[in-house]
Design a protein around this ligand. Structure first.
Ligand SMILES: Cc1cc2nc3c(=O)[nH]c(=O)nc-3n(C[C@H](O)[C@H](O)[C@H](O)COP(=O)(O)OP(=O)(O)OC[C@H]3O[C@@H](n4cnc5c(N)ncnc54)[C@H](O)[C@@H]3O)c2cc1C
Length: 471
């Protein structure tokens, strides 16, 4: 989610007060030097460091961590490992997709873009390519990704593992823009698939959750390079919910950030713009609003009775902002304060009603959270485990700061998503098991069956996958 967009003009006051509160709260604590992670000594006598994800809610201690230089080394590594093998992309999933106490494999050295076809607007992308690098590399060939998530730190194979998406009525997830996949099976065999060749495997593996094989590269459909103009403005919650569909239809990308315990909602609209229409010296947003939210949250911890007043006070001072840039510059935002997240995708038309129920529940139950809730529209696709499978979706993302309890908050909200027939994002926190998932994902059982054929011994299965897939 994009906090740079939420530019609280009253942040200086809040920061000053919040900083004072934090300083007084921590002054009694003794200081201690952070200790380096211990790790273990691996079979080759070298230290193997523990792993944890971006927010720190997932961790493990592998017996080996491998970073092959090419596909041949990767095949050898898979054949040689006589234990569970899990891949890690950039560790940006909140669910337990990555952890293993055995072999952890990173494809970070298999990166870059090749076989670019300007006519067909397609290119091969290596699995370990970060989305940030993807945007820059495509731009060199006068191409842009069709859409993008709101950060660009993920690896390409990691992003497609969970149907990572941005927003836009007519725009699907990154997985829906694939035209072919290449992977290494658990037995070391290399296999390729596309919509015309081995199509079941293609539509199953386009949201693979690391369970089908190790993806080495994929063919991606792109757009001609384009520039974007982003506008954000605060409006009342009532107006935001009432105009959601209208603004979705009007803009290439439209999303909302609802502020819990307030009467406000931020709208963010992004459209293509001609390079000639970008002003010579466009205004640069200040970008420290995220920190202001953290300060506000700290302040509220000490004055919970002021929560609603403070959030409304901050929100009412937000000024509209506009940004311009190359497509990948506008899509990719920096997240330097950590959080945990749950996301469900409900049918597009039911989205605003579901969001309202979430916001009302937070108020009624006085849930101690002020972290904005992000809501995005995403187009339907054909990918088996995609939350957008044959259904236009409205993705609602709830967050809390990484060092605050998210469990009680998510437990109170998750049943609302079930009521609206929501499907969970595979990379984010949810509590569903195979029976419920099979009821939400039409092709779930087909995925489980095909996975068993691809990896009969379950070498790519970790504890989390075992639980959600019922393996
Ligand atoms: C700050 C933040 C912002 C986010 N914003 C968005 C957003 O805007 N939209 C959205 O939809 N999601 C978003 N996410 C979620 C994120 O995009 C997904 O969880 C994504 O899957 C993470 O990619 P990764 O490269 O970090 O993969 P990891 O989390 O490291 O791994 C994800 C899965 O991919 C598998 N994997 C990785 N590489 C391979 C490979 N080569 N072969 C086989 N399997 C592999 C792993 O085993 C694992 O199962 C966000 C997450 C964070 C932390």
């Amino acid at each position: 989610m994009n906090f740079d967009r939420i530019n609280l003009s009253r942040r200086h006051l809040l920061k000053a007060v919040g900083a004072g509160v934090v300083a007084s709260a921590t002054s009694a604590c003794s200081s201690s030097q952070p200790q380096p992670p211990a790790g273990i000594i691996g079979a080759d006598g070298k230290r193997v460091l523990p792993w944890k994800n971006w927010s720190g809610n997932q961790s493990c201690q592998p017996t080996e961590r491998l970073v092959p230089r090419n596909e041949e080394q990767l095949i050898d590594a898979i054949k040689a490992a006589n234990s569970t093998v899990r891949c890690v992309g950039s560790g940006h999933s909140f669910s337990g997709l990555v952890p293993t106490n055995q072999t952890l494999l990173s494809l970070a050295r298999l990166r870059g873009v090749e076989n670019v076809d300007r006519e067909a607007l397609e290119a091969d992308v290596w699995a370990g390519t970060r989305l940030s690098m993807l945007g820059r590399e495509l731009w060199k060939h006068d191409m842009s990704t069709i859409n993008m998530s709101d950060i660009d730190s993920q690896s390409f194979a990691g992003a497609i593992a969970t149907s990572t998406h941005g927003t836009g009525k007519h725009l699907g997830s990154i997985s829906s823009h694939l035209r072919g996949l290449r992977m290494v099976k658990a037995n070391g065999e290399v296999i390729e698939c596309s919509p015309d060749n081995n199509s079941d495997l293609f539509y199953a593996s386009s949201n693979h959750i690391g369970a089908m094989g190790v993806i080495t590269k994929a063919r991606l459909k792109t757009d001609p390079a384009y520039y974007l103009k982003e506008t954000s403005w605060m409006m009342s919650e009532e107006e935001g919910l009432a105009r959601a569909a209208e603004l979705r239809d009007k803009h290439r990308h439209y999303e909302m950030f609802a502020l819990p315990h307030s009467d406000y909602m931020l709208g963010v609209a992004i459209d293509k713009v001609a390079a000639a229409d970008i002003p010579a010296n466009p205004p640069v947003p200040s970008g420290d609003a995220y920190e202001a939210f953290r300060m506000m949250s700290n302040l509220i911890d000490y004055m919970p009775f002021m929560r609603s007043w403070l959030v409304n006070f901050g929100a009412s001072g937000v000024e509209p902002e506009t940004r311009y840039g190359k497509s990948h510059e506008i899509f990719g935002n920096l997240r330097d304060i950590l959080f945990n997240e749950m996301e469900y995708v409900v049918p597009a038309d039911a989205g605003p009603a579901c969001l309202k129920e979430v916001l009302d529940t937070i108020k009624q139950q006085n849930i101690p959270v002020i972290f904005p809730i992000e809501a995005r529209y995403v187009a339907a696709d054909e990918v088996w485990l995609s939350p957008f499978y044959r259904r236009d979706g409205f993705a609602i993302s709830c967050h809390n700061f990484h060092d605050k309890d998210y469990k009680a908050y998510f437990a109170a909200i998750e049943p609302i998503f079930w009521k609206y027939d929501g499907r969970p994002h595979w990379g984010k926190i949810h509590t569903l098991g195979p029976e419920q998932l099979a009821g939400k994902y039409e092709r779930f059982k087909d995925f489980v069956e095909l996975r068993r054929e691809m990896d009969p011994d379950g070498r790519f299965i970790n504890e989390h996958l075992s639980r959600v897939l019922g393996v």
